[in-house]
Design a protein around this ligand. Structure first.
Ligand SMILES: Cc1cc2nc3c(=O)[nH]c(=O)nc-3n(C[C@H](O)[C@H](O)[C@H](O)COP(=O)(O)O)c2cc1C
Length: 203
């Protein structure tokens, strides 16, 4: 059951806001790769009150061409992004999960980020609810450069008025063959405690 501070969903419902914390995890690594395994392990360790879904980003999402048609109307593309934007609209917390590739997020993940330009241009496409954002990464090396991911995902959080939560990275997945499953469970505890702490401090 966990302590009141761990039962984040219950804490929030006491304040009358929402019943459970809906968490969206966007996974942008290889299908069934280490990043996806990290996500599954993270979800398996979530405490009561968290309703999580993992979306594996497909490589069929069109790249934003910068046509700016979304300034006045809908995005010209209709693909998996419609579902992803709908899921983000309903989410209280969003975690971007990505492998580190050339020091940044995967290109699939960046494609998703860029396609949010249609929401940036039309903020009414996202309901005005409180959202927490973070990222979790896997990295082949022991000493990855996380600065580009921090900049990109944190900028996204700021752009959509979110609250930033400390990110996490499993290092050495190639160099040392580190299995991300164990560390991901620790991060689930850390992440939910952080969100719970922010909510408690505000009440
Ligand atoms: C194109 C590419 C670029 C990569 N660049 C980096 C890098 O800059 N730093 C690093 O630590 N690992 C790098 N890696 C290793 C991946 O981060 C690592 O293998 C990751 O755990 C793979 O996750 P996945 O199985 O979910 O795709 C790279 C891998 C690929 C395929």
């Amino acid at each position: 059951m966990g302590s009141p501070a761990e039962r984040v969903g219950m804490l929030i419902s006491e304040s009358g806001d929402i019943g459970t914390v809906k968490l969206l995890i966007l996974s942008g690594g290889s299908p069934n790769g280490k990043t996806f395994r990290m996500c599954q392990s993270f979800v398996s360790a979530l405490p009561e009150g968290w309703d999580a879904s993992i979306v594996q980003i497909s490589d069929g999402i069109a790249h934003c061409t910068g046509c700016n048609r979304c300034r006045t109307g809908d995005c010209v593309f209709h693909d998996d992004m419609d579902d992803i934007i709908g899921k983000m609209d309903a989410a209280d917390a969003v975690i971007f999960a990505t492998p580190i590739r050339f020091n940044g997020p995967s290109s699939m993940m960046k494609t998703v980020i860029d396609r949010f330009q249609s929401v940036w241009n039309r903020p009414d496409r996202l309901s005005a609810r409180r959202r927490f954002f973070s990222f979790m990464a896997t990295a082949g090396s022991e000493d990855p450069n996380l600065a580009p991911c921090t900049t990109i995902f944190r900028s996204f959080c700021v752009a959509f008025g979110g609250t930033w939560v400390e990110p996490f990275c499993v290092t050495g997945t190639d160099q040392n063959g580190t299995d991300p499953a164990g560390p991901a469970k620790d991060y689930a505890a850390q992440f939910t405690r952080a969100v719970s702490g922010i909510i408690s401090a505000e009440r």
